[in-house]
Design a protein around this ligand. Sequence first.
Ligand code: ADP
Ligand code: ASP
Ligand code: MG
Length: 460
Amino acid sequence: MKFGGTSVGGAENLRRVAEIIVAHRRRRPIVVVSAMNGITDLLLAAAHEAAEGREQELKAKLEAFRHRHVQAIAGAITDPKLRAHGLALTDRFTEDLTRILTGMSFLGEATPRALDAVVSFGERLLAEILAGVLTDRGVKAKALNAQRFIITDDHFGAATPLKELTYRKCRRAVLPLVRRGIIPVITGFLSSTREGIPTTLGRGGSDYSAALIGAAVAAREIWIYTDVDGIMTADPKVVAVGRSLSELSYREVAELAYFGAKVVHPKTVFPAIERGIPILIKNTFNPAFPGTRIVPRTRPSNPIVKAITSIGRLTLVTVEGAGMLGVPEITARVFDTLAREGINVLLISQASSQQSICFVVPQGDAERVRRALEQEFARERRQGDISSIEKQDGVAIVAAVGEGMRGTPGVAGRLFSALGREGINIIAIAQGSSERNISLVVSERDRASAVRAIHQEFIG
Ligand code: ADP
Ligand code: ASP
Ligand code: MG
């Protein structure tokens, strides 16, 4: 059972979460937690204040960190001894954190490696607190730091787990507790290298932690508790009339998450697929609601388009020129360059004339991409074979996803008409070879209205 940031974001919610866990005690749950909502952002901001030497702001953030946890403990733990223990831990964590941040202020830099160490305090403290809340209710529980057993490469900020090693270590750390009737409360998001240097699995990564742990111990099911009624036909913050989806396939969820449905981290489904473990997305604030069940295959009676997602703050890069004509080598070199720079390419589209190729990258990486390509193609640029390498900031990808789109003609047509009626300009399109999604590039300005127009057309 994984609980996200809002679910554990304060005393009242922690009590609610404890109630849910206790209600399922007989099933021998393993609990995974995020930091409280806003805490990871707060810690990242604190690290930047430290690196830039803004002492006052840094102090305020450290105090805010301490204060939110103190409030949660005061409101959710009643036993005086347990409460005192929680408060002492909060002080100790805040002191350790202060020491690291002070070190960063001396160095004047916030490296990805240091950031992973700093953000880890959110999950580590929260796991201790929730274990305290459960103990307070007379349930045996123990906080576990996943840095001990989720072992990754050293790609700080978004590390990749070494699967077999992680599974083995995870079983060894977790199962003895479960056998003794103790509920493990494990930090989501956190991991470490073989050498024990802290890493993280990427923003929103505690869903992925839960899936890894579930797969390691061959859990019967992986339950992800969040703050909405499961996976909806669109982000409820964008489309008010969206519905909760009762069932989705692993592949559908992988595509939805990849294209921005932040309700689950994109990598979550992979550990579950390998072991065929169903994932349930449930609402902490409406626990009786069944939520969404993610399974290997869905029944064929499905609607064509199941959900619409979007992802913003992107840049479209276009490489153009007559020299591209029939020269597949150029395309290969474009993507080699991107791979070398470690750039995450979200969408690729090539005009049939073969005179241009365009692709979408995170806005933050775009300038680096342009420079790398200018360098790679310096000769072609001089000779005029490539006439331009251009970037357009402020674009978004909107994607329609559903198994039912496979082999159903006319989906793209309906989609374009829907956007045309709203006067929304489509900058580029791509259809995944899986045919489970069609994705479009639109201006950030049109992002929400594009999602709504497509939702209206296919879902209502
Ligand atoms: P948690 O902290 O529980 O991991 P997140 O904030 O990471 O929660 O993810 C839940 C949020 O995802 C919801 O509040 C919702 O706004 C957003 N979201 C985006 N797309 C969808 C979708 N298709 N269905 C449900 N929620 C979505
Ligand atoms: N706390 C982390 C984040 O905010 C991980 C998570 O919420 O899943 O990204
Ligand atoms: Mg999340």
